[in-house]
Design a protein around this ligand. Structure first.
Ligand code: SF4
Ligand code: SF4
Ligand code: SF4
Length: 463
């Protein structure tokens, strides 16, 4: 299937280029974000009746995992309020660029940290404390405030959106799974970029008089070299600044980016972190094991320390270890001969192959999260109506829905929908593994078997 260029439509293009609709959404989002912090700090400590828990971990999470990431990739980052205050301070402007910028330090992010290991660590920290985070409004408020103030602080010291690019624990997995989305921003013609003077999409065009005035890519990406969605925050700045109308927003086939997977270990481990976390969350939050729930909740106890060690062991040793074993088997000529796929000696062994093949786990991981979130969200969705009317748990009834009784919704659809998601993810990942194996001239069967085993475990945990 070819790409369909959405920005050919003049209405879509001018809506995306215009800063005002985006600003309006930003302001609403920022107000909601600040309210979530306040609700967490001053509202009821009962998580299921506090706006911060209900709207962040149920409503926002449902929209993010079930809609935004699968269909719009980094679409959430296009309207996320976290980087805004820092970015507005950094730019000294809310809308158009000024001719004279404020004097902040504007340093380059350290070269040694230009990867997503810090994002991986930040996500793991949240994951290890998730039982407390998901149920305690004050902790949620502290984490939300910490993200906001860290983003502001980094904007004062480093250029562009350093927090988004290198630290945000949410941005890390959105970037990973955005590669599967059927939406992308890309250049139309390479040659036009080669001959383009000044590369305003990266460097900015700050004369307020210019029709194409705008900021250089806030994500420190050169749009002319974009081949994957991972680090493009869909801010639309390059669409505004490109003087040659060389930027397009396209509809495309799902998982198009995975045809040429990254060979980076930090991104490979992100795939294992997300796959493992989905399975562990399913066991802890949805499973029947009280002792496991207690171990995850009582942070600092010896049970929690064991839980944390097992959590990290699964993610950093067991899952990648078994995956390496699968790749080792895939490279064995005897196995290939056995399976009738002997087409020469396997190429590209080692870490590079490990990293490239781990991309085939991305669809599986996304579908694990979809299946897990369906359970979590459909069970708790009734709290959204309650919290809408009484966001602080103070006995208000703003919209007459404060007394809606808790009950799970669409329960009869849950198991079939989860099974569909998991089996779909398995088939999707198996196809990715087959493509990668064909290119490397090795057998895909061991990687497929790995995906199958992980899916069986997830089915067992969820159903
Ligand atoms: S990377 Fe994080 S902070 Fe930045 S826009 Fe995306 S979700 Fe928001
Ligand atoms: S995307 Fe536009 S502004 Fe950027 S290098 Fe290409 S032609 Fe120039
Ligand atoms: S400027 Fe363009 S390439 Fe950079 S994040 Fe925004 S939309 Fe993506």
């Amino acid at each position: 299937m070819n790409r369909i260029e959405l920005t050919r439509n003049l209405f879509i293009k001018s809506a995306l280029k215009n800063r005002h609709p985006q600003l309006a959404v930003f302001i609403v989002m920022l107000a909601g974000y600040v309210f979530a912090i306040l609700a967490g700090l001053i509202g009821t400590p009962v998580g299921s009746h506090n706006f911060s828990i209900v709207f962040v971990w149920i409503a926002w999470w449902a929209i993010l995992i079930l809609v935004a990431v699968p269909f719009f990739g980094r679409g959430w980052c296009a309207v996320c309020p976290i980087p805004l205050p820092g970015e507005w301070l950094q730019r000294g402007a809310v809308l158009h660029p000024l001719d004279k910028k404020p004097k902040w330090l504007n340093l380059r992010w350290p070269r040694a940290l230009r990867n997503i290991w810090l994002q991986n660590i930040a996500f793991l920290l949240l994951a290890l404390f998730s039982s407390v985070l998901l149920t305690t409004p004050t902790i949620t408020a502290i984490v939300l405030a910490a993200m906001l103030f860290t983003a502001i602080g980094l904007s004062m010291v480093f250029e562009r959106r350093a927090f988004c690019r290198y630290l945000c624990p949410v941005g890390g997995f959105i970037g990973l799974y955005s590669q599967t989305a059927p939406l992308e921003l890309r250049i139309k013609d390479k040659q036009t970029c080669v001959t383009c003077d000044g590369k305003p999409c990266y460097n900015g065009a700050s004369t307020s008089l210019s029709a194409n005035s705008g900021y250089g890519c806030p994500w420190d990406v050169f749009p002319g070299g974009l081949t994957r969605n991972t680090y493009c925050g869909l801010c639309m700045e390059c669409l505004r600044t490109c003087p040659h109308d060389n930027i397009a927003v396209n509809l495309r086939p799902f998982s198009a980016d995975l045809a040429k997977p990254s060979a980076r270990l930090d991104e490979a481990f992100k795939a294992f972190i997300m796959l493992g976390s989905a399975m562990i969350y399913a066991g802890v939050l949805l499973g029947p094991w009280g002792a496991l729930k207690d171990a995850a909740f009582y942070v600092g106890t010896s049970a929690w320390i064991i839980y944390a060690a097992v959590f990290l062991g699964i993610i950093f040793i067991i899952l990648p270890g078994l995956f390496s074993l699968a790749l080792f088997l895939a490279h064995r000529p005897s196995l290939k001969a056995c399976l009738g796929r002997s087409r020469g000696v396997g190429r590209g062994t080692g870490l590079r192959t490990f990293a490239m093949f781990s991309a085939s786990l991305i669809p599986l991981g996304l579908m694990f999260w979809v299946a897990f979130s369906l359970s979590f969200v459909l069970t708790n969705a009734a709290y959204i109506l309650v919290s809408l009317s009484d966001p602080l748990g103070l006995g208000w009834n703003l919209f007459g829905t404060a007394d809606v009784a808790w009950r799970p919704i669409f329960t009869s659809l849950l198991a079939p929908a989860q099974t569909l998601a998991l089996v779909g993810g398995l088939i999707w990942s198996a196809r990715m593994a087959q493509k990668a194996a064909d290119e490397s001239k090795i057998s895909a069967i061991p990687v497929m078997a790995y995906c199958f085993a992980a899916t069986v475990v997830m089915l067992w945990l969820l159903l």
